[in-house]
Ligand binder design. Structure first.
Ligand code: KIV
Length: 277
């Protein structure tokens, strides 16, 4: 275990010490090694991989097997960060026993240290049971993309008094059920602040303003690689999409013009051997 390994206990301590938690998604070995080297506190193998890695138009088509495949890869590249696997649509909705079994797969097969589930009262019995099975749970409220068809699109949540009250109640319910943290997605910043103040567990915001106890972004978004959608809440820290297209254009040009490979990219053979051939 890395010396300064981040655990769910570190999340608790971070809230007490008012140290903001950084979380990013990763779905493969190489990206996970880079994020871990940079010192991110937590790596989430999000079901957003359905869109940014697999090209689906929502997260609803992502399967348990796809999640486990990518979690395994990210786990091989993660030493220090807390690795969280995102339970996909229908993997925890059918029954408590199926939810526990699937959460267990993330830990046993995938190498994750915690799982994330979307939703409030409807899934609270599953959260209880998964925590009871000694698997830490990160909750997720607000815009929960697996409920896309019920919401009727990607919309900011908690904007009227009823919805805001429900979010506060659901957050407290998840905390009581044993969640170690809570993702708040696309909720007004003042509401996210109120929820963060009411909870003892840390809130991790995405489109929820600066008053959460931590922040999470999808790595392809913050690196400018996923060009289909650019949500308002994303800050693009690098334009790797543009940089990749430029680099590939350069490569194509050099291949066509015979400028690549050069001598330094070639393996040499003894001239006398060549003569014998
Ligand atoms: O799937 C995902 O990447 C997520 C984060 C955006 C919180 O749920």
């Amino acid at each position: 275990m890395a010396k300064d390994k981040i655990t769910v206990q570190s999340f608790k301590a971070a809230k007490t010490e008012k140290k903001a938690i950084s979380m990013l998604t990763a779905y493969d070995y190489t990206t996970a090694t880079l994020l871990d080297e940079a010192g991110v506190d937590s790596i989430l193998v999000g079901d957003s991989l359905g869109m940014v890695m697999l090209g689906y138009d929502s997260t609803l088509r992502v399967t348990m097997d796809e999640m486990i495949h990518h979690t395994k890869a990210a786990a091989r590249g993660t030493q220090r960060a807390l690795l969280i696997g995102d339970m996909p649509f229908l993997s925890y909705h059918v029954s408590v026993s199926e939810a526990v079994r699937n959460a267990g797969r993330f830990v046993q097969e995938g190498g994750a240290e915690a799982v994330k589930l979307e939703g409030g009262p409807d899934i609270i019995d599953k959260v209880h049971a998964i925590v009871k099975a000694q698997i830490p749970v990160l909750g997720h409220l607000g815009l929960t993309p697996q409920s896309l068809n019920m919401f009727g699109g990607f919309k900011v949540q908690g904007k009227d008094i009823e919805a805001a009250r429900r979010l506060v109640d659901d957050a407290l319910l998840l905390q009581d059920a044993g969640a170690f943290g809570l993702v708040l997605e696309c909720v007004p910043d003042t509401l996210a602040r109120l929820i963060s103040q009411k909870l003892d567990i840390p809130t991790i915001g995405i489109g929820a303003g600066p008053h959460c106890d931590g922040q999470v972004l999808v790595i392809q978004d913050m690196l400018g690689m996923y060009r289909k959608l650019r949500p308002k809440f994303v800050k693009t820290y690098a334009e790797l999409g543009d940089a990749t297209v430029e680099a590939v254009k350069n490569y194509i040009h050099e291949v066509r013009e015979g400028e690549f490979p050069r001598n330094e990219h070639c393996f040499q053979m003894d001239g006398s051997l060549l003569a014998k051939l």
